[in-house]
Ligand binder design. Structure first.
Ligand code: FAD
Length: 355
C-alpha cells in the first residue's frame, strides 16, 4: 500500500489528510503531530469562532500575491463552504467573513476530526518528527516509510499551540532557504510612551508611512498597550510593515476623528483626548514611531518562511522529489479576515491534486 505521511496536524495538515484519503482510499495516510491533540490552534482562531475564509476580493491581502492568488482562487471560498457543508459544518457570512454557523471553532474541529476517524487516517500524537531521509521519517517513536511527504509544520507564531518553528531548522539542514521570519498580526511597540491610555480603544483611520512614503491606509479599532499599539487596525498594518525591505523610519499616523472638528473630548474618549492635549498631539495626525513587533507569543501568523522559489507551482519541492509544503511554513501570510486559514485549506487542496 502506498503511503502519504503528513508532518503537523494543524488545519493544513488535517485538511490535506482528509482530502487526499477521500480521493485515494487505497493509500495509507498518516498524520504525525507532536501535540497531544490535532488542530490545537484552530480552537483559538477568530476569538474562538474560526473565521475560516473570506468571500470578498483576494487582491492585496497576501504576501507573494502572484504565487498565492491562483492557488486560493482554484479552491475558493465557495468551494470551501461547499466542502464544509458537505461534511456537516453549516456556515454563515458576517459581511465577507465566513464562520461556522455555530460561531464556534469547536464545530470546525469536531467535524474535521470526525472525518479523520471515518476515513481511517492514521494519527500519531505526541510524536515529534525529527528528520526525514530516503523515504523514511524518524520520529520520537520510531521510523516510518513514505511515498509522498507533506510538510505542514506551521510558522513560529503562538508556539504554545505547537508551531515552534523547530522543524524549520531541519529544513535549513536539508538546504532549503527561508525568508527572514517575523511575527505578524500582532501588537507593536512604539517609541512614544502610551502608558497613560493603556487599555483604551478607539475607532480610527491609520496611515502607515516609511519616511514620507505612504505605504498603506486602514480603518478599524485601535487598542492602546502600555508600550505601544494593538487592535485589528494595527494587526493589519503589521502585515504591511513586514512587506517592507527594512523596518527603518516607519511611522503610523492616526486620525481619531476623520472629517470631524470640535473639542478633542467630544471627538474621542476623554482620557485619550487628555493624552493628546498633554502631549500636544494633533487628533487628526497623531504620529507613533514603530520600534518593534510584540513577540511570537502574541502574534497570529508568521511573516516569512520557506521561500516560494524552493517550490514548483504545485507546491512540490524543487530539490527533493515527493516532498510538498503547505500552510504557514511557506513564506505566505495575509491580513486578518480568514485569508490565512484559506491559504492553509487551498494549499492543502493543491497538494492533494498534485500528488
Ligand atoms: C490566536 C489566533 C487566531 C487566529 N485567527 C485566525 C482566523 O480567525 N482566521 C484565519 O484565517 N487565521 C487565523 N489565525 C491564523 C491561522 O490559525 C494559521 O495561519 C493556520 O492555523 C496555519 O495552519 P498550519 O496548518 O499551516 O499551521 P499550524 O496550525 O500552526 O499547525 C502546525 C502543526 O504542526 C505541528 N508540528 C510542528 N512541528 C512538528 C514536528 N516536528 N512534528 C510533529 N508535529 C509538528 C504543530 O504542533 C501544529 O499542530 C489565527 C492564529 C492565531 C494564533
Amino acid at each position: 500500500m502506498k503511503k502519504v505521511v503528513i508532518i503537523g496536524g494543524g488545519i493544513s495538515g488535517c485538511f490535506a489528510a482528509i482530502r487526499f484519503k477521500q480521493c485515494h482510499p487505497d493509500y495509507q495516510v498518516s498524520i504525525f503531530e507532536h501535540n497531544d491533540k490535532l488542530l490545537k490552534k484552530i480552537y483559538a482562531t477568530g476569538n474562538g469562532k474560526c473565521n475560516f475564509a473570506n468571500k470578498g476580493s483576494l487582491e492585496n491581502k497576501y504576501s507573494n500575491e502572484s504565487f498565492v492568488l491562483p492557488i486560493v482562487k482554484e479552491f475558493n471560498s465557495n468551494q470551501i463552504v461547499d466542502y464544509f457543508e458537505s461534511i456537516g459544518i453549516k456556515t454563515k457570512a458576517i459581511g465577507d467573513l465566513l464562520y461556522p454557523y455555530s460561531e464556534s471553532a469547536e464545530t470546525v474541529a469536531n467535524h474535521l476530526l470526525k472525518r479523520i476517524k471515518e476515513l481511517n487516517i492514521e494519527v500519531h500524537l505526541n510524536d515529534e518528527v525529527k528528520d526525514y531521509r530516503n523515504g523514511v521519517i524518524s520520529t520520537v517513536s520510531g521510523e516510518y516509510p513514505y511515498d509522498a511527504l507533506i510538510i505542514s509544520v506551521g510558522g513560529k507564531s503562538s508556539p504554545k499551540l505547537g508551531s515552534t518553528g523547530d522543524f524549520h531548522n531541519v529544513l535549513l539542514k536539508h538546504g532549503y532557504s527561508f525568508k527572514e521570519r517575523h511575527p505578524s498580526l500582532c501588537p507593536i511597540k512604539t517609541k512614544e510612551n502610551t502608558k497613560m491610555v493603556e487599555g483604551l480603544r478607539s475607532k480610527v483611520s491609520a496611515s502607515l508611512y516609511q519616511g514620507n512614503k505612504l505605504v498603506h491606509e486602514e480603518e478599524g479599532e485601535l487598542l492602546f498597550k502600555k508600550d505601544g499599539l494593538s487592535g485589528m487596525v494595527i494587526f493589519n498594518l503589521t502585515h504591511f510593515i513586514n512587506q517592507l525591505d527594512n523596518k527603518n523610519n516607519v511611522t503610523i499616523h492616526i486620525d481619531f476623528a476623520k472629517g470631524l472638528s470640535g473639542e478633542y473630548d467630544s471627538l474621542t474618549n476623554p482620557k485619550i483626548a487628555q493624552y493628546l492635549l498633554n502631549n500636544k498631539l494633533d487628533i487628526h495626525n497623531t504620529i507613533f514611531t514603530f520600534k518593534d513587533f510584540y513577540g511570537y507569543d502574541n502574534s497570529q501568523v508568521t511573516s516569512g518562511g520557506l521561500k516560494i522559489s524552493e517550490l514548483n507551482l504545485d507546491l512540490s519541492s524543487k530539490k527533493e522529489k515527493g516532498i510538498y509544503f503547505i500552510g504557514e511554513v511557506v513564506d505566505v501570510d495575509a491580513i486578518c479576515g480568514g485569508y490565512n486559514i484559506m491559504w492553509a485549506l487551498a494549499s492543502a487542496e493543491k497538494v492533494n491534486k498534485a500528488i
